[in-house]
Design a protein around this ligand. Structure first.
Ligand SMILES: [Zn+2]
Length: 334
């Protein structure tokens, strides 16, 4: 699935696109207009203006102007259709052919969940109780040893599954005794996350991009957004009613994820990373807050007791959402 014209323009403003392509500009007036050297013609005196309210540009040097699509057409000399494809690619939202097989895999794992008590025990140990939420998030279980037969019987070639990293050379499942979360945004499924329920390496993704922020098309509509590291953090927060929580699958945001977070200058972001004993989560939170503030957003860091992440915080008995509410309020006042 690729985004249409209006969605593209919403996801990526003209100014963000220009800045990603190293355009240097200075703001004029109340930050609604920017001026810099024209990327479309050689010049030494800045005559290229961008109006961020209208999301359009005009160059007094070469007389050209228009919106993001028009700019990309001129800049990269692309047709309209090529421009749409290019922008979808830039956003990491191009239509992947493997979407269908990933979806089939996620569905298969979801159906396995019911018949495996060890998976339910694990979910309960991580504070996940609500069957409706578990269904809503599409959470599944990979018992191991069963995926290849299922997918090849549906006509997917062995080589394809290997290429996607769903199985290894010997045909064994890549996900084995793991809770599976589909990394989704609306109708798009970009990856699968597998959390080991035993001693194996805890976190595993398929060898492909993790995609944008989790469920961004719904979460991003909220003026206040909570950002967490992991899907178990997100799950307990959603369960407690904080459905304006999204997740970047780690503390390091990809360019696409950062642009999503920054695409509304009036957004407030509450960064709730792990409170690591070595300070890694806190320092990642501080540098992200700084980056977000530098593009004009309000970014607050939510403090958790040392050694806790949002998941363990809720599991440890702080099940009242009012406790977390207080932490959000305190973050905002700092
Ligand atoms: Zn120009």
């Amino acid at each position: 699935m690729s985004l249409g014209l209006q969605d593209l323009k919403q996801r990526l403003s003209l100014l963000e696109y220009l800045q990603r392509h190293s355009w240097k500009a200075r703001p004029i007036g109340a930050h609604e207009e920017f001026v810099g050297l024209c990327p479309l013609h050689p010049e030494s005196h800045p005559s290229f203006y961008v109006n961020t309210t209208k999301n359009v540009f005009y160059c007094h040097g070469c007389g050209r102007g228009g919106d993001l699509i028009r700019f990309v057409q001129l800049y990269l000399k692309l047709s309209f259709q090529e421009t749409i494809a290019h922008l979808n690619n830039e956003l990491g939202l191009s239509a992947p052919k493997e979407d269908a097989v990933l979806r089939e895999t996620a569905g298969f794992y979801e159906r396995q969940l019911d018949s495996h008590n060890e998976a339910w025990d694990y979910l309960h140990s991580r504070g996940l109780q609500d069957p409706r939420l578990i269904r809503q998030l599409g959470i599944g279980y990979a018992p191991g040893g069963t995926l290849r037969r299922h997918l090849t019987s549906m006509g997917y070639p062995f080589e394809r599954l290997l290429e996607l990293g769903l199985i290894d050379q010997r045909g064994h499942d890549a996900f084995y005794r793991r809770i599976i979360f589909p990394c989704v945004d609306g109708a798009r499924l970009s990856n699968l996350y597998g959390r080991s329920i035993n001693n194996a390496a805890p976190h595993r993704f398929l060898p492909r991009p993790k995609g944008g922020l989790f469920a961004w098309s719904s979460v991003g509509a909220s003026p206040e957004v909570i950002l967490v590291e992991g899907l178990f953090d997100l799950a307990v927060l959603w369960q407690a009613g904080f459905v304006n929580t999204t997740c970047a699958f780690g503390t390091h945001l990809t360019q696409v994820q950062f642009l999503q977070l920054a695409d509304n200058p009036n957004r407030k972001v509450f960064i709730t990373f792990d409170s690591d004993p070595n300070g890694a989560g806190q320092s990642a939170a501080r540098s992200l807050a700084q980056r977000l503030r530098s593009v004009g957003l309000k970014a607050h860091i939510v403090d958790l007791p040392e050694g806790q992440d949002p998941n363990s915080y809720f599991v440890s008995g702080m099940l009242m959402s009012s406790d977390f509410d207080k932490r959000l309020a305190r973050a905002q006042s700092l």
